[in-house]
Design a protein around this ligand. Structure first.
Ligand code: PLP
Length: 423
């Protein structure tokens, strides 16, 4: 369920007409709904009621500080993957002791930054990382709270580029080496070995791979405890999918039930790291039509492109695309490709969609663009980053303004051996 609905034939974000935002900020722009984020958070949190599970919002899905702040105010912690995200999460008000730091390549600087901040947990993904963290923590006179991220060798059944839990993926410690690594960690200075983490991929639309990986993690915890380790934490990762088009992902309530069933009476502090399921359907990308081109095939050329939303080009992903003004009843819908202005055939947001006739400056909305949208944008083709707008009831605010071309040009510095052509 989301709060992007038509009223009197005009797409609204909560109580705000999308064309009113377009008139204020121009196109393209991202638009997020507070009510949708809140609802998704509350449904997920409700499904885990009584487990004491901590929800650490995976900041990489949408790292605008206003978005992070919205979840922090609802009670979330944060899951971060870089020193930059750690700074962002803290700047947005996440308490350090609610932050989990994941990722396979944390640098010495990032580790020391997180140790200085006093985060809740490091999810350690390899033996070299464990040794580095130990060394850095010992130097700083700190004790790093550690869970080891294990690779359970489970196929999440999702897109090749976002599956992370098979043994050929770069993530985690092979589960059959986990005991040895835990023993090692317990023998090194500066580490408190507290738990086990799993995360097998993203946009997972079936409960079975989750259950299989959780099961393996919990069995490992039993073995570690039997070997004398005091394991108190289990981190279940993120990855729950959302409906983009035809998918029917498990409802959060079912997911929560399964988590409860598997973890009951195990005396574990649980952490979840959801990203997409909280923000994916809470955002749209609104674009203006530049023109249509009919050359055997119908192309709708819009002012948003692959640099603004790379998911279709990168993951072959489907996004519903709708006109912001509902077509007149009886308007003929014909098949069209919706494309951006970038000189690459990959710059195609959707193929073969049934679309009404559109005129220059008409608005379209790319749905389910709240996760892995703005955060993955680039300035390819010297296209400035587009604004992000947050709606709350009848109000909206620009939470990131549009970059200017001057901003972009000013980033380049001429070397001393070339004439400075920039004024
Ligand atoms: C990306 C990621 C997440 C969030 O994944 P979603 O599919 O957005 O829920 C959680 N944990 C880790 C370790 C990740 O890398």
């Amino acid at each position: 369920m989301d709060h992007f609905q038509y009223r009197d034939g005009v797409l609204h974000a909560e109580d705000v007409a999308v064309p009113d935002i377009a008139a204020a900020v121009g196109t393209p722009f991202y638009c997020y709904s507070t009510a949708t984020m809140t609802r998704h958070y509350q449904v997920l949190a409700g499904s885990l009621d009584g487990t004491g599970a901590r929800i650490c919002y995976a900041v990489k899905a949408n790292s605008n500080q206003a978005v992070i702040r919205t979840f922090v105010e609802l009670g979330a912690g944060a899951d971060v993957i870089s020193g930059g995200e750690l700074r962002r999460a803290m700047a947005a008000g996440a308490a350090p002791d609610t932050i989990v730091f994941a990722g396979p390549g944390k640098t010495r600087d990032e580790l020391s930054q997180a140790l200085a901040a006093g985060i809740y947990q490091f999810n350690v993904e390899s033996e070299p990382e464990l040794r580095l963290l130990s060394a850095v923590a010992a130097e700083m006179g700190k004790v790093a709270p550690v869970s080891i991220r294990v690779n359970p060798d489970v196929d999440a059944g999702t897109h090749e580029k976002i599956t992370t839990g098979r043994k050929q993926n770069k993530f985690g410690i092979p589960i059959d080496r986990a005991m040895e690594i835990f023993d090692l960690g317990a023998s090194l200075p500066g580490l408190a070995m507290l738990g086990v983490a799993v995360h097998i991929g993203s946009q997972i639309t079936d409960l079975a791979p989750f259950e299989e990986s959780f099961d393996r993690a919990l069995k490992l915890i039993d073995e570690l405890r039997a070997a004398g380790h005091e394991v108190s934490r289990c981190n279940l990762g993120g990855g729950l999918g959302i409906p983009y088009g035809g998918e029917a992902p498990p409802p959060p309530a079912e997911y929560g039930k399964m988590v409860k069933r598997l973890t009951a009476n195990r005396q574990l502090d649980l952490v979840l790291e959801p990203g997409r399921v909280l923000v994916g359907n809470a955002g749209i990308l609104v674009a203006g039509v530049i023109h249509e081109k009919h050359e055997g095939r119908r192309f709708i050329i819009i002012d948003a492109a692959m640099n603004d939303l790379i998911r279709p080009a990168m993951y072959d992903s489907w996004h519903d695309i709708v006109p912001v003004r509902a077509p007149a009843p009886g308007a003929a819908l014909t098949e069209a490709d919706v494309v951006g202005p970038i000189c690459e055939s990959g710059d195609t947001l959707a193929k073969g969609r049934h679309m009404p006739p559109l005129a220059p400056n008409d608005l379209i909305a790319v749905r389910s663009a709240g996760a892995y949208g703005a955060v993955m944008a680039s300035t390819y083709n010297t296209r400035p980053l587009v604004p992000e707008v947050l709606v709350h009831g009848g109000q909206f605010a620009v939470i990131r303004p549009r970059q200017s071309i001057d901003d972009l040009l000013a980033l380049d510095k001429p070397p001393p051996w070339l004439a400075a052509t920039l004024e």
